[in-house]
Design a binder for this molecule. Sequence first.
Ligand SMILES: Cc1cc2nc3c(=O)[nH]c(=O)nc-3n(C[C@H](O)[C@H](O)[C@H](O)COP(=O)(O)O)c2cc1C
Length: 179
Amino acid sequence: MSDPTLLAISGSLRKGSFNRKLLALAVEAFGPAEVLEADLDLPLYDGDLEDRVGLPEGVKALGEQLKQADAIVIASPEYNKGMSGVLKNATDWISRIPGGLLKGKPVAIIAASAGRTGGETARFMVMSNLLQLQARIVPGPAVLIAGAQDAFDGEGKLKDESSVKMLGQQMEALRAAMV
Ligand SMILES: Cc1cc2nc3c(=O)[nH]c(=O)nc-3n(C[C@H](O)[C@H](O)[C@H](O)COP(=O)(O)O)c2cc1C
């Protein structure tokens, strides 16, 4: 049997993003897979733009990746106790692609943030958005990396053993959730 396709989505566009680092570790923990990386650098959702040109190219490309994906992992930053605008904007565009591309897809949502709660509120917000799109959220364990600026070593690995273990369990659960 061929390897499954895993779509990795970072809710932060920042090159040095802690969520990108966490995502790379999640991909590693998932095991053998064809990995696709989403690019959420999309225009802001605007109904007039949609009426004029339809779906922007970047949204169509994301739609193709979603179609191909057997499983999805999203790493979400937390901004002002919510998900990033980048990620919210992407989910709004996704909801405009015909065919309900997230319906039934297994999704793991993980988070890294500078604060003490590790992006817990943002994770809930992403969860609630994706439930609206009928995604199949893998419940846990919830991987929430608090104090992200101190959480990774020089090689991008997580310093805290229990976080490494939980990430492994979460990605194992994502793999098991594939139909
Ligand atoms: C506008 C803004 C709001 C933020 N709000 C929060 C917050 O509510 N909770 C938190 O833990 N960190 C907050 N932070 C800090 C982020 O967790 C931190 O910048 C983190 O590195 C962002 O994720 P990234 O490294 O993947 O880009 C905020 C940062 C910015 C720029």
